[in-house]
Write a protein that binds this ligand. Sequence first.
Ligand SMILES: NC(=O)c1ccc[n+]([C@@H]2O[C@H](COP(=O)([O-])OP(=O)(O)OC[C@H]3O[C@@H](n4cnc5c(N)ncnc54)[C@H](O)[C@@H]3O)[C@@H](O)[C@H]2O)c1
Ligand SMILES: O=C(O)[C@H](O)COP(=O)(O)O
Length: 596
Amino acid sequence: MAALASSIILSAPSSLKKSTLSSLSWRLPLNVSLPRHQRRRASPVFVVVSMDAKPTILVAEKLGEAGIDLLKGFANVDCSYNLSPEELCTKISLCDALIVRSGTKVSREVFESSAGRLKVVGRAGVGIDNVDLAAATEHGCLVVNAPTANTVAAAEHGIALLTAMARNVAQADASIKAGKWQRNKYVGVSLVGKTLAVMGFGKVGTEVARRAKGLGMHIIAHDPYAPADRAHAIGVDLVSFDEAISTADFISLHMPLTPSTSKILNDENFAKMKKGVRIVNVARGGVIDEDALVRALDAGIVAQAALDVFTVEPPPQDSKLVHHENVTVTPHLGASTMEAQEGVAIEIAEAVVGALRGELAATAVNAPMVPAEVLVELKPYVTLAEKLGRLAVQLVAGGSGVKLVKVTYASARAPDDLDTRLLRAMVTKGLIEPISSVFVNLVNADFTAKQRGIRISEERVILDGSPEKPLEIIQVQIANVESKFASAISESGEIKVEGRVKDGVPHLTKVGAFEVDVSLEGNLILCRQVDQPGMIGSVGSILGEENVNVSFMSVGRISPRKQAVMAIGVDEKPSKEGLRRIGEIPAVEEFVFLAL
Ligand SMILES: NC(=O)c1ccc[n+]([C@@H]2O[C@H](COP(=O)([O-])OP(=O)(O)OC[C@H]3O[C@@H](n4cnc5c(N)ncnc54)[C@H](O)[C@@H]3O)[C@@H](O)[C@H]2O)c1
Ligand SMILES: O=C(O)[C@H](O)COP(=O)(O)O
């Protein structure tokens, strides 16, 4: 039997300066099948290995070779292009990850059909409007994109359309190929000195602005979320939506398609524009009401439009917009350069493989980011958070529904220097997984808790002292429940467990009002007894006879010879008979076995 540790009493946080409440959301661990040789590389915090087979990745749209090679080094890769929605739904139940571009609708049906196997959707590009993010999140599926590799290509295409439109390049080309020579018909307009309104001053919008400045244009931009100083730094003024559209000679669209940007250029807003305005769209077709644009073109409000994207792609053969003589079109080519496609393929392949390995994805779309360096620091606290959640919920007596949970973090760090989203997600995982068949990860933790009616609040306690460690204590409390181990109920009536990290190992340091110290590995026996000599020996010898290895043991007591709580870490679960014998030791008042 392992040596018994002596009782260690830790003092509670001595000086509480203030506490602040913060509300939250989350991140990811994955439950994927990894080949045995890859298991060692996977972070134990994030990957729960469930099968021996290599993961399968379905690539549903053409991806650069370098990306495919990268994927093949890790998984079975099924490149099946032009699948019908039904075929996609059939295939998906055999896939751990799916990679698409903008041409595949990843609908709720896809997630439902995957029956929980699909763990990552990789969008080889920026726009994720073709992926049902709510459904992905509800199914615990991480969505990652490749947000940077095609920025320059899209900006260059925007500039190409802008200049081609202003000089009627496409129309003149078609005319000359039709045997005509119409020099007077295709007189263009100059760009220099004209005002360009960049709508959406993100990555592509910024690059378009830079390039258009080089063409001598005056640039204004509208973006409710862009910082003004970033715009000023490149000589661009951020203005209101109305000012942008009403003063511009050219409007270039670079915002995502969201419910608030859908059909943002409509009859009402075309009416506010300068007569003869010219519009470029390399963002998403849906940000323009296309029927309204046809009307504005016919009315001469809009002189010309150059469009790379359409509400429905490909647009209907008889689309009035596409066939309008003042409209230049390309078939969603913004990202289609050799360089961008190679870059996007590598960017998405790395993101998907990383996510399948359980690494945190830097380009996660439906889960918060935790930078790698923060993660390294938080890792033992992440384990602590999950184990405290597991412990707390197993202390709840059957029949009491868990509804109100409070997680308290005591730290000397300032609130904005400690990202607790990951910790909260792991507490949620610990709380829910032992009592359900639901797989909880950072993507769906918030959703799952909400769905089960569990309200999780967070409190920060700011400690005095040096903020070297990210955290001193994590405390989990469950209110309005009965406990199967009455000593776990604190003076204020909640189940309360508290822990801290010591030498990189998570420890349980408090149960109810009792201070203990046991490392959270293996399983745990909590036992309340009358504090008297020989108790450790009595319990220890029963466990020894059962061949149960004790990893850690500590006793916390209120005062000598009164009640004490003994926390015993055990590698194996004692037999029913062994547990019965512990319960029958005369001084033992209550005890509970908890699987961690
Ligand atoms: N045609 C193509 O092949 C192609 C290629 C790349 C990107 N895109 C599209 O271009 C768009 C921009 O891509 P990005 O990489 O620059 O994205 P981004 O996220 O870097 O930038 C989008 C910007 O739009 C802003 N925005 C959000 N709502 C807005 C609103 N209501 N009004 C104004 N601005 C708003 C955001 O604050 C953000 O700054 C996306 O729709 C993307 O899908 C198309
Ligand atoms: O959002 C994007 O990244 C672009 O629209 C590119 O889409 P694509 O990958 O289908 O070319």
